[in-house]
Ligand binder design. Structure first.
Ligand SMILES: *Cc1c(COP(=O)(O)O)cnc(C)c1O
Length: 368
């Protein structure tokens, strides 16, 4: 397999590489079959039915496992598909589950609207409250940097608390991506993520995955995927795999653009406040600098009001008003629109892969 001594772009490219068998295609091809020829030796079959396993998932899953530093990964039809599968496996009546109070809101809604009805005790904790809440929990789902406030959870500290009391720690690695953060190496039991965002990076598909090193736990998650069926189509799996080859390049540029835009916004008179975990002086910076390899492509900015956010988009030539993040284009999302507990002028910027000078000048000009 791939040497972990390589840099991220090398690892991204190698993760997509085919085996060095003469005559084989360099680029892997999708295999869309639902059924596979059965062998007379009934124990010898690798693939039988597309919902259980298939060659396209296997290629993508081995690439994702390699990037996350996991022994295995499982793909899903969306990030929510992956997260809810893990939560179903880990919770029973009377399980105490901690979910982010400030993170991706539909995870919280699933816990409250579905799991709590099944007898699970759901505790909502902000990034700052995570460690304290973990001391009372059986299962903790943490998200870092938290979307959209960009607070950072100290994963080493959280994992130490969880380990000391046998609590299972699951980390949502969507915002950082494995090229910026490796939660398993910091002590998480499982990683869950949406590959819809920066990892696939083209705003043209939805996908999710679970990654981990605990075989027994991964087997239970795989069983849930088989029985519940929230699977990824093979064409989408192939598109994610194809996109992973450029993940190193794209994410590097997004992070550089985010750092440059955050610096410009910090000193701009129209800006009330800016958050970026990579900005020295940001409350998240000390922990982020300790545990992250890069600081991600998201910047949170607070302008005067909703009208100021709309005016920013209208005056800009490059900004796209859209929810979701991690794509090629720089996007602006006014989060109060979706009910996030933030001010009316709060916007999440997702930096794209435009040239750094162009995007900084465009936003600076549009704010003036
Ligand atoms: C988008 C997102 C999800 C959900 O992923 P989908 O692919 O949209 O289902 C979960 N967690 C975080 C942090 C996200 O940003």
């Amino acid at each position: 397999m791939v040497s972990t001594g390589y840099g991220d772009s090398t690892r991204s490219v190698n993760a997509v590489g085919g085996q060095a068998v003469p005559g084989d295609p360099v680029a892997p091809a999708p295999v869309p079959a639902s059924a596979y020829h059965l062998a007379a030796d009934e124990s010898a079959e690798l693939d039988t039915y597309g919902r259980a396993s298939n060659p396209t998932w296997r290629q993508l899953e081995s690439a994702l496992a390699e990037l996350e530093g996991a022994s295995a990964a499982l793909t899903y039809g969306s990030g929510m598909g992956a997260i809810t599968s893990v939560l179903r496996v880990l919770t029973r009546p009377r399980t105490t589950l901690v979910v982010p109070a400030d993170g991706y809101y539909q995870v919280r809604r699933y816990a409250v609207e579905y799991l709590a009805q099944q007898g699970v005790t759901v505790i909502e904790a902000t990034a700052a409250q995570m460690c304290e809440a973990a001391a009372r929990a059986d299962v903790v789902l943490a998200e870092t940097p938290v979307n959209p406030t960009l607070d950072v959870v100290d994963l080493h500290r959280l994992a130490t608390i969880c380990r000391s009391r046998g609590t299972t720690l699951v980390v949502d690695n969507t915002a950082a991506t494995p090229l910026a953060l490796q939660p398993l190496s910091l002590g998480a039991d499982l990683v869950v993520a949406s590959a819809t965002k920066a990892l696939s990076g083209h705003s043209d598909l939805l996908a999710g995955y679970v990654a981990g090193c605990n075989e027994e736990l991964m087997a239970r998650v795989e069983r849930d995927r088989l029985l519940a069926g929230p699977i990824l189509g093979t064409f989408e799996a192939w598109l994610v795999l194809r996109s992973l080859g450029t993940a190193g390049l794209r994410i590097e540029r997004q992070c550089r653009n985010a750092a440059a835009v955050a610096l410009m916004l910090r000193d701009h008179p129209a800006v009330r406040s800016v958050r970026y975990p990579g900005l020295p002086g940001d409350p998240s910076y000390p922990v982020a600098a300790e545990q992250m390899k890069r600081f991600g492509g998201l910047v949170a900015v607070e302008l005067a009001d909703a009208a100021a956010v709309h005016a920013l988009v209208e005056r800009s030539s490059l900004l796209v008003a859209a929810t979701s993040f991690g794509g090629l284009h720089t996007c602006v999302d006014r989060r109060a629109r979706w009910g996030d507990p933030v001010g009316d002028g709060f916007a999440r910027l997702s930096l794209g892969i435009e040239d750094t000078d162009d995007i900084v000048a465009d936003i600076e000009g549009a704010l003036a």
